[in-house]
Ligand binder design. Structure first.
Ligand code: 13P
Length: 252
């Protein structure tokens, strides 16, 4: 079901005491404010168990998942392991995984599939790099990424996927896509889903924007009709910014 979502992606940040503090602050904020959007914290694997045991007011996602079921894959974390901790979902195919770990669209598709098979919500990330944007290839790139990773799913399965469009040139750079650029590509992604699965399915998928979202620019981006929230990196690492983003979206 299409939801309004504010999600944090902590990436490789925070020690255990710092993580516990921020998670408690998020919980406290949500208890006091009951916002009209779903809140997700995407956090490092090592903090998942603790976070799930202690916090019920928001969803907890891992930042990755193995494409394999089990076996000799040193260092990997499986969908079954995450489900056994009652984790809610996984960020999948983030551009940093694509860039530094050479994840392919096919592998990302396998991760989405295994997440769904285990009852986890996949938050599938797509987005072009700067050269592709400059060359006018962003539609083509996002189409390929989306089709290869998602379009072997059934209509029922794809309705459970959350998509996060993150133009790589806007991640951690302070540069943001304009609200118009975000709307344009979100509408395009939705049209791809509509062409393949029909309008009703396309309208049920939440498509988040990610890339230097902060309290000062969130309102304009979140107000666009095909933007269903944000996947937030830097501004999810402190409660002042993260709660301001939740408040901003809740009031739209
Ligand atoms: O990569 C991101 C979220 O997944 C975005 O990061 P920033 O918000 O730090 O640009």
């Amino acid at each position: 079901m299409r939801k309004k979502i504010v999600a944090g992606n902590w990436k490789m940040n925070k020690t255990l005491p710092e993580a516990q503090l921020l998670l408690s602050e998020i919980d406290k904020y949500l208890q006091a404010n009951s916002p009209k959007c779903e809140v997700i914290a995407g956090i490092p694997f090592v903090y998942l168990e603790n976070a799930k045991a202690q916090h019920k007011n928001f969803k907890i996602f891992s930042e990755d998942i193995s494409e394999h079921k089990s076996g000799a894959y040193t260092g990997e974390v499986s969908a079954e392991m995450l489900t056994s901790l009652h984790v809610d979902g996984s960020i999948i195919g983030h551009s940093e995984r694509r860039q530094y770990h050479k994840e392919t669209d096919e592998q990302i598709g396998a991760k989405v599939k295994i997440a769904l098979e285990n009852g986890l919500t996949p938050m599938f990330c797509n987005g072009e790099v700067l050269e592709e944007r400059k060359a006018g290839k962003h539609f083509e790139v996002v189409k390929r990424q989306t089709e290869v990773a998602l379009f072997n799913l059934s209509a029922e399965e794809i309705s459970k996927v959350v998509i996060a469009y993150e133009p790589v040139w806007a991640i951690g750079t302070g540069e943001t896509a304009t609200p118009e650029q975000a709307q344009e590509i979100h509408a395009y992604i939705r049209s791809l889903i509509a062409d393949k699965y029909g309008k009703e399915v396309a309208d049920s998928v939440s498509i988040l924007y990610g890339g230097s979202v902060k309290p000062s620019n969130a309102k304009e981006i979140f107000s666009k009709p095909d933007v269903d929230g944000g996947l937030i990196g830097g501004a999810s690492l402190n409660i002042e910014d993260f709660s301001a983003l939740i408040k901003t979206y809740s009031e739209i």
